[in-house]
Write a protein that binds this ligand. Structure first.
Ligand code: AMP
Length: 283
């Protein structure tokens, strides 16, 4: 069995561990996660290993990006198996602060991202989400001072928000995006997939199937509005409560009228039962 990565839970121990890793100017990659690790997260760790000498993985379920009615309390926490997986990938350090370390009493500062964070996609349904993400990612970057940070395209709008923030605030961190890792039937891997009943799990790949079919029809020259409407209907007919299914400009996330306005990205968010799934693909 591989050796478990070092673990830091306080800022002084993080600083000591980072000093050890940085000997001989080793480059450091950070992979921010909320734990409950799956193959999608591990693809980020592998990309990080390829691009930097040392890899730090943060595991922190960030309360400020959950609304009160969301699943902060029940979010899956699987520390032991996370550590075994990170040992197998030979991650160097796990940063696992408590909520009191990340947000000590009297904490009163929040990063308020705009641009891609106000594209009227996730932000329409989770208005506090990107403020919470930007604040915690800003803190993780300041705490870990990585050369690069690796994020999944699975959370496409989030990837754009973090990329914008790193540039706008001159954080000196290169943001790397990694393609979405999927189950064999196309369902995007997600820590929240464990919430799905067998029946819901069987229906869940509809999202990816509809996106692929929509992308094919758009490339064929079919009318964008008609194709999006028909895709939305298929998703709803499968039993989803649809938050959005949209075609946007892949870089700016601006609305588009036709494939000529591209490159395009299709983005979807929908609830099956109480579980909310998001996904996206390029056209
Ligand atoms: P999370 O733990 O859900 O906050 O995700 C941590 C990071 O893993 C984020 O950058 C996600 O975009 C990324 N991620 C989550 N699921 C996948 C996946 N299926 N494929 C690639 N990256 C993913």
């Amino acid at each position: 069995m591989s050796r478990l990565p070092a673990v830091a839970r306080t800022l002084p121990s993080l600083r000591r561990a980072l000093d050890d890793l940085r000997t001989r100017r080793a480059t450091i990659a950070l992979v921010p996660t909320m734990g409950a690790l799956h193959e999608g997260h591990l693809a980020l760790v592998r990309q990080a290993k390829r691009r930097a000498a040392k890899v730090v993985v943060s595991i922190f379920v960030n309360p400020t990006q959950f609304a009160p009615h969301e699943d902060f309390g029940s979010y899956p926490r699987t520390w032991k198996s996370d550590m075994a997986k990170l040992a197998a990938e030979r991650a160097d350090l796990v940063w696992n602060p408590g909520v009191d370390v990340m947000y000590p009493p009297n904490f009163a500062t929040r990063i308020s991202p705009e641009g891609p964070a106000t594209a009227d996609l996730e932000d329409r349904f989770r208005p506090h989400f990107f403020g919470g993400v930007a604040t915690v990612v800003g803190k993780l970057f300041t705490q870990c001072r990585p050369d690069i940070a690796v994020f999944g395209q699975k959370d496409y709008q989030q990837l754009k928000v973090v990329t914008r923030m790193a540039a706008d605030l001159d954080l000196g961190v290169k943001i790397v995006g990694v393609p979405t890792v999927r189950e064999r039937d196309g369902l995007a891997m997600s820590s929240r997939n464990v919430y799905l009943s067998p029946e819901q799990r069987a229906v869940a790949p509809t999202l990816h199937r509809v996106m692929k079919e929509t992308a094919r029809r758009l490339r064929n020259g079919d009318d964008l509005k008609a194709v999006m409407t028909s895709g939305s209907r298929t998703i709803q007919d499968a039993g989803f409560a649809l938050d959005y299914f949209e075609a946007r400009h892949a870089e700016t996330l601006a609305p588009v009228a036709s494939i000529e306005d591209g490159p395009l990205r299709l983005l979807v968010a929908a609830k099956i039962g109480t579980t909310r799934l998001i996904d996206n693909i390029g056209v």
